[in-house]
Design a protein around this ligand. Sequence first.
Ligand SMILES: Cc1cc2nc3c(=O)[nH]c(=O)nc-3n(C[C@H](O)[C@H](O)[C@H](O)COP(=O)(O)OP(=O)(O)OC[C@H]3O[C@@H](n4cnc5c(N)ncnc54)[C@H](O)[C@@H]3O)c2cc1C
Length: 354
Amino acid sequence: MIKNRVSLKSLNTFSLRVYADYVIKVYTEGDLLIFWNRFVQKGYSVLILGRGSNVLFLEDYCGVILLNRIKGIDLHEDKYYWYLHVCSGELWHELVVYSLKNNMPGLENLALIPGCVGAAPIQNIGAYGVELQKFCEYVDILNLDIGEKIRFTVDECQFGYRYSIFMEQFKFNYVIVAVGLKLSKTWRPVLNYIGLDKLNINSVTPVGIFNAVCIMRQYKLPDPLVFGNAGSFFKNPVINCALMDDLLNDYPDMPCFFYKQNLVKLSAGWLIENCNLSVSTCGYASIYKKQSLILININQQATAGEIVTLAGRIYEKVMDYFHISLEPEVRFIADFGEIDSVQLLSTGKKVLRK
Ligand SMILES: Cc1cc2nc3c(=O)[nH]c(=O)nc-3n(C[C@H](O)[C@H](O)[C@H](O)COP(=O)(O)OP(=O)(O)OC[C@H]3O[C@@H](n4cnc5c(N)ncnc54)[C@H](O)[C@@H]3O)c2cc1C
């Protein structure tokens, strides 16, 4: 088979100049199976990609990229809920707009998150005090090896902060093909996040929250078309309360937020700003000035190596200074598949994730 060499620059929001052997847009579940079987049988690595807004390609991908473009939304309702069965290639933000236009509130805090619906459950997308899990009823996956569809209930998804079972299991042989959402007909605004807390709880509307979120995001976050990026590069670390008490003795103004039971969440942005990092750039890679959790590609000229070097320096400094290990939120994709990002940043070794 003759290989193509397809540019991925417009297919990853970091805008990195990398290539794959093949890129194929897939519009149906049947095609997913056909292309998967065809290429896997020939010994190719295969990667499923939505909109490339949570990946860092470290180098050219030696294999086939299947772009998920499976579309469609089914809707039904009862007295209490609207139920949406959303195919995984739909765009998340367009789904938020669609739900509000059809007077089904709930998703407004999650406006303007880039990417496909199918990727949303993987890291349980979240913003402005709300996470996907609040609305998720089920996730349908297609096991590509056996061609069987399986439904995960919300409990089986094991959602947590930027976490679900889909980060652990079936790594290379499943695709999320649809997500079931359940929106309550009793709407309650969520306004506890900084910025939204100024809105009047008695008069605010879902569209009012949507607009406020869009304005804040457009102000605070870099536009990937101007500065390539993948949103927050690192997760906010979750630590236990005893360790937090120790840290507060040394750093009384270190912010922390209750997570659950005995656990608190730290601000990775604050750790980065306060770890005595001497430089904030590496070549064309830089920490974004308005939000230090975001690494950007200046003039879309950075190499993956520059971004990794900068991320590695941040990782090392935060570790040296606070003894806290930052974990990337962005998924690192090497020549034959996803690698363990913490291993790469801490030891320089590329270890395939299994
Ligand atoms: C400017 C900006 C702002 C962002 N803000 C937020 C935010 O506020 N909150 C937040 O949570 N995230 C945020 N993100 C991250 C990103 O938008 C989300 O993680 C999004 O869900 C990724 O969707 P995608 O389609 O681009 O996934 P991709 O980047 O294409 O894929 C991500 C990973 O999921 C896998 N994958 C994708 N689709 C499927 C599928 N159907 N089945 C199986 N595996 C699949 C891929 O192989 C890859 O490993 C932001 C990103 C950017 C660029």
